[in-house]
Design a binder for this molecule. Sequence first.
Ligand code: ADP
Ligand code: UDP
Length: 236
Amino acid sequence: MEKTVQLYEGKAKKVFATTDPALVIVSYKDDATALDGLKKGTIVGKGAINNRMSNHIMQLLEKQGVPTHFVAEINDRETVVKKVSIVPLEVIIRNISAGSFAKRYGVEEGIVFSEPTIEFSYKNDDLHDPLINDYHAIALGLATREEIETIKKMAFKVNEVMKEYFKGLGVTLVDFKLEFGRLDDGSIVLADEISPDTCRFWDSKTNEKLDKDRFRRDMGGVEDAYKEMMRRVFGE
Ligand code: ADP
Ligand code: UDP
């Protein structure tokens, strides 16, 4: 599989075309952004950690019947994935209050919900990824009702699989963001990444933050938190 032209450079990854039109190669960077792009920095080693962790989780999800874009890991930073047309929605599942939820509703972080929640943001940098509901997403033609129902089912299933998996590693899955895409046949698959950039992970015993919140909130120990998640997942 050969990389050809660069199709896109995002905040955390580059996407390359390949000799196969159905496949692209994603290349994970150490660059980190937060606060709607206002805060920029580098988290040394993040690219490799996110690449490997994301691939590991996607394979676990495939085994549990969740279709994903994953095809093959090429090296520490690069992975071949199925090229999809991204549904421009950030799909956020929450098990425990944190981040924008706590801020918006004026509650503390750490409230364990009686059942998981789902919300959508419209992936649009110019509009700063505003919160959107499913009716508005359909009105804007971002997805069909059927696609949204499929996405909801898949997102809750991902939550169940991941919650159990991370519990076994002594990690509480607080919340996370998913992206979905359409293959040529119109079917929906899980795309993008699942990593400490896109999930909130708290140590089950101490509630210590093991994710990008350490970068967002200038808490220090950012690299160590990513390395600790790597150690829990791969034992290294
Ligand atoms: P951003 O665009 O938010 O800066 P990234 O730096 O992570 O994000 O860039 C990766 C881009 O690739 C994102 O826009 C994401 O939606 C897109 N993407 C993820 N998976 C796939 C895929 N399988 N096919 C095509 N595009 C994808
Ligand atoms: N998230 C993400 N990308 C975004 C926004 C959020 O990966 O552009 C993830 C974030 O890591 C967290 C979850 O989605 O695990 C919920 O984030 P929240 O809405 O609380 O936003 P934040 O506190 O980051 O503003």
